[in-house]
Write a protein that binds this ligand. Structure first.
Ligand code: PAF
Length: 297
């Protein structure tokens, strides 16, 4: 049975008991509205650790648009059922003031929260298009790491730039080990995302253009195409539909984020995209020079 804690303090006590007992603890940070993609992370944590906890907290610090925060899907009861189905030990949640006692119970005093510098890999793409987003992510993730002191923490590759930011954060803190789990896709190719819940049936169909674009760029790569602009054009060609509003399509060096957008001939590449589909802002990415994630298509 999964234990449910309504405050991070209870979860912190539980985790410190586990660690005192010599057990490893896995943490899966989430904003709830759990789906199969999250469950993959939880399964991996259950497999790799003696004890696993999932946090569910829709973190207002990382939303640059109040509307997106207000309409973010929430369903704690269902989340609890789902994590129980994969043998998770603990699910915990709490209010902003529980995670940040320095607010003294006043959720409006955000100025009292020390914002964490998310580092150089927060620059560009999501960091540029969502002002303050990675500061908010780094601030809550650091707090979660301080509370739970996990052995390992699990993040999905769909949020690729986030995995870079939390890896740098964990390195600066000396722990935990960050595990990045490949993107889980529906049979249509659509990457699982809590924001998919906002899509109508027609928009969901349209949203499959994101992965189609990425996989068509990878097919082009396999056919020998190495010109960055041509690879980007392959992706954009799939995104040229009314109803899709492209924010960015960019190729980056898979290992050197600071190199910025790639141009000319490339010898390795990850393609990253952000597209508005109706009220949902969707992101996806794919490494072009590697066939590994094809298996999970
Ligand atoms: O990826 C998410 O759901 C969030 O950014 C995270 C890591 C839970 C921090 O709020």
């Amino acid at each position: 049975l999964t234990r449910i804690f309504g405050s991070p303090r209870e979860a912190a006590e539980w985790a410190s008991e586990r660690v005192r007992a010599g057990e490893s603890v896995g943490l899966v940070p989430t904003m709830g509205a759990l789906h199969e993609g999250h469950l993959q992370l939880v399964r991996e944590s259950v497999r790799e650790n003696d004890a696993t906890c999932v946090s569910v907290f829709v973190n207002p610090l990382q939303f640059d648009q109040g509307k997106d925060f207000a309409s973010y899907p929430r369903n704690l009861e269902r989340d609890a059922e789902l994590v129980e189905s994969v043998a998770c030990d603990v699910l915990f949640t709490g209010a902003l003031t529980d995670f940040f006692p320095e607010l003294d119970g006043d959720a409006s005093r955000w100025d009292r929260i020390e914002s964490i510098d998310p580092g150089p890999r927060a620059r560009g793409l999501e960091g540029e298009h969502r002002s303050g987003h990675f500061e908010g992510v780094a601030t809550i993730v650091r707090r979660l790491f301080e509370l739970i002191r996990p052995t390992r923490a699990y993040f999905g590759e769909k949020d690729f730039q986030q995995t870079l930011v939390v890896t740098d954060l964990a390195e600066s803190m000396g722990a935990p080990v960050i595990r990045v789990i490949p993107t889980f896709r529906e049979a249509s190719g659509l990457a699982f995302s809590s924001r998919n819940a906002r899509l109508s049936e027609q928009q969901r169909e349209l949203a499959t253009s994101l992965s189609r674009g990425l996989f068509s760029a990878r097919d082009a790569w396999r056919g020998g195409e190495r010109r960055a602009d041509q690879l980007v054009a392959c992706i954009r060609a799939e995104l040229e539909s009314p109803g899709l509003d492209v924010e960015y399509v960019e190729l980056r060096d898979p290992d050197r984020w600071e190199a910025g957008a790639l141009s000319g001939e490339v010898d390795a590449a990850r393609a990253l995209i952000a597209v508005d589909v109706g009220a949902a802002r969707l992101i996806d990415n794919l490494r072009l020079d590697d066939g590994a994630d094809e298996l999970r298509r």
